[in-house]
Ligand binder design. Structure first.
Ligand code: C5P
Length: 397
């Protein structure tokens, strides 16, 4: 990253204070920052703080004659290697999605010939509103890169998705966007996520509450760290994370076939909640209630254990990581599972609370050398930390 430059657009959100930290972290890595502060942004951080940290004047006026003489908005928009918008407010995202250009920030976004990376930050309701979602999709289609938003508590007191990504996450994404080597560059990763559905008849199935959030977060983090990542997912309502190849499946047997087809890989992370059993016969037509009130008997047969199969197969990845979702005796079960399934690591989590479907997780990493207890954090943070841990492991071996 050393020697590169970033044009940072600071929008008007409470997360703007994190952008000051971002400038410092970039400077530590030898990246120079030139900043545009929007009018609303200046309500949250002062031009003086931004100027002091960037070591440059702060740009805030589209119609400044003196600036146009020295460096016009067009030139400013192209002066850096990458344009970063942090915080990217709903307003800035909407302006860019629609091509509005009525101030310096929006004009620079429209005029630039460089990649734009946005770190959205807004209230959860705003982030989940149909228009913000639409603008997000439009911008992604237009090639804009995104980091975050993360889940968690917000300055407004509400809880949910919309927190700006942390400065270190933005720096990591900037590094990748600038063509830097991610710590997992050259590594192939296979991740499974979500539940499986085992059909009973054409309209019914057996499944579980897995939302896929943890597995998707892991796949996203591995890809952000530079790994070539395939995500084999059961039916969930999530979009594919950036730079991840998504393969959708329904049943455990399909998940096994798709995972085998995705090998070889260096690391396997089996976060899917695979159904242990499936009905032995799938009825061709919908089962009917009988008049004599005899209930149908659904006989179950065991599904293949994907983790154990891949861990003992010829194309075993170098690092095999399984999950142990337990409601009782979490750690004992995880330790036993590691050996039984032939995994190198087991990520153990207690699912007796609202972990399944929730946004937060508290996990333990069980390996040959012992047990690491991780504090409670968002599933996205668990993903990032696991990706960092995997990178460390590969560096050692
Ligand atoms: O035995 P249990 O289901 O608790 O093991 C959990 C781990 O094994 C998870 O990593 C899960 O993805 C994997 N698994 C599997 N195939 C199954 C059942 C579980 O790969 N049929």
């Amino acid at each position: 990253m050393r020697g590169k430059s970033v044009l940072l657009i600071i929008g008007g959100g409470i997360a703007a204070y994190k952008s000051l930290e971002l400038i410092r972290r970039l400077a530590e890595r030898g990246v120079t920052t030139r900043a545009i502060l929007t009018k609303a942004g200046a309500e949250f951080v002062t031009p003086l703080s931004v100027a002091a940290l960037t070591g440059e004047k702060v740009y805030d006026d589209l119609f400044s004659l003196t600036e146009e003489a020295a460096m016009g908005h067009i030139e400013l928009s192209r002066s850096a290697d990458l344009v970063v918008v942090a915080p990217a407010t709903a307003d800035l995202m909407a302006k860019m999605a629609y091509g509005l250009a009525n101030d310096l920030a929006s004009t620079a976004l429209l005029a630039t010939d460089k990649t734009v990376l946005m770190a959205p930050a807004m209230n959860v309701r705003m982030w989940e509103s149909p228009s913000a979602k639409r603008n997000f999709e439009t911008l992604k289609r237009d090639g804009v890169l995104f980091v975050g938003p993360n889940d968690g508590e917000m300055a407004c007191g509400e809880f949910g998705s919309g927190r700006m990504a942390e400065p270190h996450e933005i720096v990591a994404t900037i590094e990748t966007a600038l063509g830097g080597e991610g710590p997992l560059k050259g590594i192939k990763a296979l991740v499974t996520a979500g539940p499986t559905r085992e059909p009973v008849d054409p309209v019914r199935f057996l499944a579980n509450h897995s939302s896929g959030k943890q597995g998707y977060a892991i796949a996203g983090a591995l890809a952000a760290a530079g790994a070539e990542t395939v995500l084999v997912s059961g039916p969930v309502a999530l979009a594919a994370p950036a730079n991840v190849k998504l393969v959708r499946v329904t049943t455990a047997r399909e998940m096994l076939a798709a995972s085998e087809a995705a090998l070889p890989a260096d690391v396997l992370v089996m976060a899917a909640a695979v159904a242990d059993w499936r009905p032995d016969i799938i009825a061709n037509s919908k089962l009917k209630k009988s008049t004599d009130r005899v209930v149908p008997l659904i006989r179950l047969v065991e599904n293949p254990d994907i983790l154990a199969t891949l861990a003992s197969g010829g194309a075993r990845p170098r690092l095999v990581i399984g999950f142990a979702a337990e409601t009782d005796d979490v750690l004992e079960n995880a330790v036993a599972k590691r050996t039984r399934k032939g995994a190198d690591w087991i990520i153990a989590n207690d699912v007796s609370g609202d972990v399944m479907g929730g946004d937060r997780n508290r996990v333990h990493l069980v390996s040959e050398t012992g047990i690491e207890d991780w504090p409670e954090m968002s599933k996205l943070e668990v993903g990032a930390r696991l990706a960092a841990r995997i990178a460390e492991q590969f560096k050692e071996t």
